[in-house]
Design a protein around this ligand. Structure first.
Ligand code: SF4
Length: 396
């Protein structure tokens, strides 16, 4: 199988196995199918149902092959993302869940999340998913304004979004997260706060806040370019983020990462592993993995991926890159980075010079109130979180 072929030498295999058994892994599976394409979307996904059997077949084979190759290591988080995992039938979901259990040790599983679109789930499907062991649901809601939902090309209404919470709770999902989008043309500040409040009342104990991103080609980008749609200004968007920073804690959700808020104790364990640089294996088109000193990304052309011919990008992280990723990702977390530990790590790697350069470059951000030191830790302030790109640029 294609991604396994990158690691066929005995040394590589042993290094990967050692890394996979040093601590439990996170496992991500990408389901690249959607009922329809949203107008802003540039994710790896397709509406071509005919590809579903071959993609699922390939996913199952990859699961078994990787499980075998790594010596059936333990996973403690599992995440089914997309695309839209709720396009899978209950049977397909069961087959995939069984392949995970047959390939990895799951007795210590702490979290199993699946993403779902409120427009294509029903009670039976939710019950079946819960029965396969999925216990946390991430609903792609984006907004509860029906006009905006239509502009975004979402396949669901606000009513369906709220009904999805009810059905999910009825099926036994106790942990429900929702995505909320900011920066949508025509969206107003009060509307975002109101949406957040309604989602929390409906049962969301976790919110992921996304900024509408039109970097890549998509129908909405063309409408903006032709002047038919007007994006909110940077200042207007910053106002919304600021209002959420102060409003969400009043509604019971605390920030734990730049874009993520949760009732304390309900933070996403799987996503936190990315920011803490803990190992993960990603399977499916465009899925990324990080294990040992390697990081690789599966090919994104869906059919070619299923046939094992899509090119895979692999990089070997050097000591300086690995060190830089600790603050680059860690500062995204609300509690920031243990700078004393980082200094010790830099010393071990002979990179104290690099650390001092960062400290010099970070000094102005501390003086301007974007960063603050608290005990051993360095973290972004509320204002720093709004301007995080400028700060994080230091480590790139
Ligand atoms: S549901 Fe998500 S992945 Fe699917 S088209 Fe919409 S934004 Fe893209």
């Amino acid at each position: 199988l294609a991604s396994l072929n990158l690691f066929q030498s005995g040394d590589h295999r042993r290094a990967l196995q050692d890394a996979a058994h040093a601590e439990p892994l996170g496992l991500y599976l990408h389901i690249p199918f959607c009922v329809d394409r949203c107008t802003y979307c540039s994710f790896i996904t397709t509406r071509e149902d005919r590809l579903k059997p071959v993609v699922l077949d390939r996913l199952e084979r990859d699961l078994r092959a990787w499980g075998e190759f790594l010596g059936h290591p333990e996973i403690d988080t599992l995440y089914l993302g997309g695309g839209t995992p709720s396009v899978l039938s209950a049977d397909e979901l069961l087959r995939l869940s069984e392949a995970v259990q047959a390939s990895f040790r799951t007795s210590g599983l702490r979290e199993a999340t699946l993403e779902a679109n409120p427009g294509n789930l029903d009670s039976d499907w939710l019950m079946a998913a819960r029965g396969c062991g999925w216990a946390r649901l991430s609903l792609g809601v984006q907004t509860l304004d029906d006009e905006l939902l239509e502009e975004l090309g979402r396949i669901h209404s606000s009513t369906q979004a709220l009904e999805a919470f009810e059905a999910a709770q009825h099926a036994g999902f106790e942990r429900i997260s929702a995505d909320l989008m900011v920066g949508v043309p025509g969206q107003c500040l009060d509307g975002v706060l109101e949406d957040a409040e309604r989602l929390i009342q409906a049962g969301a104990e976790h919110l992921s806040i996304y900024l509408l991103d039109l970097d890549k080609n998509c129908p909405m980008k063309a409408r903006v370019a032709s002047g038919r749609l007007v994006l909110p200004s940077d200042d207007e968007v910053a106002d919304v983020f600021e209002a959420l920073q102060s409003g969400l804690p009043r509604m019971g959700l605390e920030p734990y990462e730049i874009s993520n808020y949760a009732v304390p104790g309900q933070e996403s364990i799987h996503n936190t592993r990315y920011w803490e640089r803990r190992p993960y294996l990603g399977l499916g088109p465009s899925a990324a993995s990080q294990l040992g000193k390697w990081r690789w990304t599966e090919g994104s052309a869906i059919q070619a991926w299923a046939e094992g011919t899509a090119p895979i990008e692999r990089e070997e992280l050097g000591p300086a890159e690995s060190l830089a990723e600790i603050p680059l990702l860690g500062l995204r977390m609300h509690h920031g980075v243990d700078w004393t530990d980082l200094r010790l790590r830099a010393e071990e790697l002979g990179l104290l010079g690099l650390l001092r350069t960062w400290e010099r470059e970070l000094e102005p951000f501390v003086l301007n109130g974007l960063l603050e030191a608290e005990g051993r830790r360095l973290r972004l302030t509320n204002r720093g979180r709004l301007l995080s790109n400028a700060v994080l640029q230091v480590f790139v």
